[in-house]
Design a protein around this ligand. Structure first.
Ligand SMILES: Cc1cc2nc3c(=O)[nH]c(=O)nc-3n(C[C@H](O)[C@H](O)[C@H](O)COP(=O)(O)O)c2cc1C
Length: 325
């Protein structure tokens, strides 16, 4: 029988399927349920930089954070930082699988010290979800990327647990960026976050939020970049997130070179049994191909390992579109 255990961020996982960060993973019952369904690890719902800064501010001034808008004030009151630390500690006691904490941030200062509290509460690792939106035309790409590196540098000085970085999908040179992330001390990269996206309602002339849940076809862009990055000489573990709904989706990401995959929208649509189904489908497929472990096929279809790497490249663009009638 095939084995699907893997090592991610130096942690031993029984399955490469991780319950990704979402509202599900902000509740202890769901974390326990994820483990029972066969998740290899769980990433907790993100704590926001604004929450941490707001807490620090209110502790020093005994007032609420003046710049925070109403929603943030409400969110901060109802999702306190102490509640988060308590969740980390209780989750670690309640499940055997690694519990990865998550912070959503955009700046390298004001909240970093707090990450140590998360480590002390027992988190197995920290996933930093960096949502830095460059809106200043005078800031160069290099300046923008320096923000990411500074965040990792500052965290690395404080923490002993492994750090992974969850990033958005647009970089001028993702491979260089990821390689530098690794040099700055990140152990893993989570590809990619699904940021809030605005859509337009043309009848009411409004800007409205686009669907929060993913669609399986969105995985194609991710597949390319996992396949490119895993072929590079870095020690970064890749966790692929976006559009994992079935065993086939997970297998594709592993063939591209991912160490783990994260599921989120599928949990909303089909519940935790989807994790059990993905694990079973992976076993079945591996047994059929006579693969004993994940390393027998991980990265087999990445940029370096396929016979025709140009399938990942620009030349396909011309061929693809010119031959379509
Ligand atoms: C309702 C919801 C809440 C989410 N909350 C977070 C979060 O707090 N932190 C985070 O890093 N990602 C969050 N995500 C993003 C997911 O972890 C995941 O990266 C993304 O949805 C893509 O995976 P999927 O296609 O399996 O949904 C959230 C996604 C959804 C749908």
């Amino acid at each position: 029988m095939s084995r699907i255990n893997t090592r991610y961020l130096g942690l031993e996982l029984e399955s490469p399927v991780i319950a990704g960060s979402s509202n599900f993973t902000s509740r202890l019952e769901s974390i326990v349920e994820a483990e029972a369904a066969g998740a290899g690890a769980v990433v907790l719902k993100s704590l926001f930089e604004e929450q941490i800064v707001s807490m620090a501010h209110s502790m020093s001034s005994r007032e609420t954070y003046p710049e925070a808008d109403d929603y943030l004030q409400y969110y901060t009151r109802t999702n306190s930082v102490e509640t988060y630390l308590d969740l980390v500690a209780r989750a670690r006691k309640s499940v055997r699988i690694p519990v990865i904490a998550s912070i959503n941030c955009f700046s390298p200062k004001g909240w970093i010290d707090f990450a140590l509290e998360i480590e002390k509460a027992g988190a197995s690792a920290l996933e930093v979800n960096i949502f830095f939106m460059p809106v200043d035309k005078h800031q160069s790409s290099a300046d923008s990327e320096a923000v990411y590196f500074k965040i990792i540098d500052n965290l690395r000085k404080k923490l002993t647990i492994p750090i992974s970085v969850k990033i958005g999908l647009r970089f001028s040179n993702l491979l260089n960026f990821a390689w530098q992330m690794n040099n700055h001390g990140a152990s893993g990269i989570v590809m990619f976050n699904r940021f809030y996206e605005p859509d337009f309602d043309i009848n009411n002339l409004n800007v409205v939020p686009a669907s929060v849940l993913s669609n399986p076809v969105e995985q194609r862009y991710v597949l390319r970049w996992v396949g490119m990055l895993s072929s590079q000489d870095t020690k970064l573990d890749i966790s692929a997130t976006t559009g994992v709904y079935t065993g086939e989706d997970a297998i594709k990401y592993l063939l591209a070179g991912a160490t783990t995959v994260q599921v989120c929208s599928a949990l909303y649509k089909r519940g935790f049994t989807v994790i059990t189904e993905i694990n079973e489908a992976m076993h079945k497929w591996m047994d059929g191909k006579d693969f004993k472990t994940l390393s027998d096929f991980r990265g087999k279809l990445n940029y370096k390992n396929i016979d025709n790497p140009s399938l990942f490249e620009r030349s396909q663009f011309m061929k693809h579109y010119s031959s379509y009638i």
